[in-house]
Design a binder for this molecule. Structure first.
Ligand code: CA
Length: 227
């Protein structure tokens, strides 16, 4: 079955263009013209991905995103015309999966949608991952050690999930960026080091002793499970 994409955009010309283009690309497309309608449609049809404009009548895209995130993990790609909104997006970790600044080409949006669907399908393909006393629930975005949930940010969670799904495999910083953020943090490979450092600290203080995230000098990181 083709993935269902919900396009939330109040500018009719842009919305029509996106709906038509995504339809031609083989997606099933639903549309909403304001924030309230968006939430109603999300509840009615459970889309596979939402393309969400931030400046909307009735409920803003921010409010829609917050509400969607309280309900679950449907991927969201944000559309915005303003650079300062992008800063806010990156800073708040509200859980958008990618964003595009206007103007953008429909082809670019399609590429981003496919990339996000690929990432999220990989992550939700299994119910849980167990490494020693660590259990990861991808759909709930929870990592549990010895009955206690690790207090991870969404970014730390995504990195841990990626490494834990592929124990022993080395991931370069660039690869981690692409898999975790799409193109959102392009050019900031070193931000991965900070996230890894925070993640290690949280894992260490959780009492997990049966795996480590190792630095592979000059390349990146891998998760090593101990016997
Ligand atoms: Ca708008």
């Amino acid at each position: 079955m083709e993935p269902v994409i919900l396009v939330v955009e109040d500018e009719q010309i842009l919305r029509d263009m996106l709906v038509q283009h995504l339809g031609q690309e083989g997606f099933a497309v639903a549309q909403a013209v304001d924030g309230q309608e968006a939430l109603q449609i999300v509840e009615d049809i459970c889309p596979d991905l939402i393309v969400l404009d931030l400046m909307l009548p009735k409920l803003s895209g921010w409010e829609v995103l917050k509400s969607i995130r309280q309900q679950g993990g449907v991927p969201v790609i944000i559309l915005t015309a303003r650079a300062d909104e992008v800063d806010k997006l990156l800073g708040l970790e509200l859980g958008a999966d990618d964003y595009l600044t206007k103007p953008f080409s429909p082809r670019e949006l399609t590429a981003r949608i496919k990339a996000v669907l690929r990432r999220t399908h990989i992550s939700s393909a299994v119910a849980s991952i167990n490494i020693g006393n660590l259990t990861i629930h991808p759909t709930r975005m929870e990592a549990v050690v010895g009955g206690h949930e690790l207090p991870l940010t969404s970014t730390e969670f995504k990195i841990l999930l990626l490494l834990a799904e592929n124990p022993g495999q080395v991931f370069s910083r660039l690869h981690i960026l692409e898999r975790v953020f799409g193109d959102m943090y392009e050019g900031y490979e070193r931000t991965i080091d900070t996230h890894i450092s925070n993640l290690r600290h949280k894992i260490d203080s959780s009492g997990a002793s049966n795996f480590t995230i190792k630095t592979v000098y000059g390349i990146g990181y891998k998760l090593v499970a101990e016997e």
